[in-house]
Design a protein. Structure first.
Length: 260
């Protein structure tokens, strides 16, 4: 499988290292990378043995089976449709872009028209299989997520006690915290949608890791799930589990047995 990559930040470089150097997926390689950050272009091509592009039109002409977006919501908005139109599958890290219902509908239609697929890693949370199962039969009643992170992951200043930064819907949360709340959008897509998924975001000086507590109710009963995960050492705003879930998604593409 030939992979194209958009973005050379923490997650992008983790993907490059895992796929091209460590060969965790023997049949896959990142064959081309698109980035407009010139210093990173100079430092990535040789060590990771890949082609670098600063022109998207040239990048998308590469013979690629799948493009991974590991950049920003703005990159998804700018390039997702063009990737699908080029008949290449797409894996999104910045899933917050899909909070826009009209944009999501447009991408779904493009997938139908081009026989392509969009893959969304589970990111830093779990429990999605339960939500999808209950939703599939119309028996999911409520979904909420409380995200609790160290202040440095959410604020510029320090605080001495926990501060509730946001309470509202997933749709509103992604506009205010686009780099921190992708998990709420994944949860929404698996469950009741961005308008019906409740979100709380808390900066807490007494926690050293990113914490997500998911609560859901339905005909199945009640689910409460807490995930405590480490941030990436190089960036406290990025969950290490989010990076790992991208590799897991890629590996699952080769599996003949799919769970969930």
């Amino acid at each position: 499988m030939k992979i194209g990559l958009i973005g050379t930040g923490n997650i992008g470089q983790y993907i490059l290292r895992s796929v091209n150097l460590e060969r965790v997926i023997p049949k896959a390689e990142v064959a081309a990378v698109y980035t407009r950050v010139k210093p990173k272009r100079d430092a990535i091509s040789v060590p990771y043995k890949t082609k670098l592009y600063d022109d998207f039109d040239q990048f998308i002409k590469e013979d690629l089976d799948l493009v991974i977006e590991a950049a920003t919501i703005q990159a998804v908005e700018a390039y997702a449709a063009r990737i699908l139109e080029s008949k290449k599958n797409l894996l999104l890290v910045s899933v917050g872009a899909l909070a826009d219902a009209d944009f999501l509908t447009e991408l779904k239609q493009l997938c139908d028209d081009t026989n392509t697929s969009i893959y969304l890693p589970s990111g830093a949370i779990g429990g999605l299989d339960i939500l999808k199962a209950a939703k599939s039969v119309g028996e999911l009643n409520s979904v909420s997520i409380t995200t609790r992170k160290p202040p440095k992951a959410l604020l510029e200043e320090t605080v001495d006690e926990e501060v509730i930064l946001f309470e509202g819907t997933a749709k509103d949360a992604i506009s205010k915290f686009p780099k921190n709340i992708n998990v709420a959008i994944v949860l929404s897509l698996a469950g009741l949608g961005v308008d019906n998924t409740k979100v709380r975001i808390i900066a807490d000086p007494y926690v050293g890791k990113n914490n997500h507590t998911i609560e859901a109710t339905g005909s199945f009963g009640k689910m409460t799930l807490t995930v405590e995960n480490d941030p990436m050492p190089s960036n406290p705003k990025t969950s290490y589990l989010a990076a790992i879930s991208v590799i897991s998604t890629l590996k699952n593409l080769y599996n003949c047995v799919h769970i969930g």
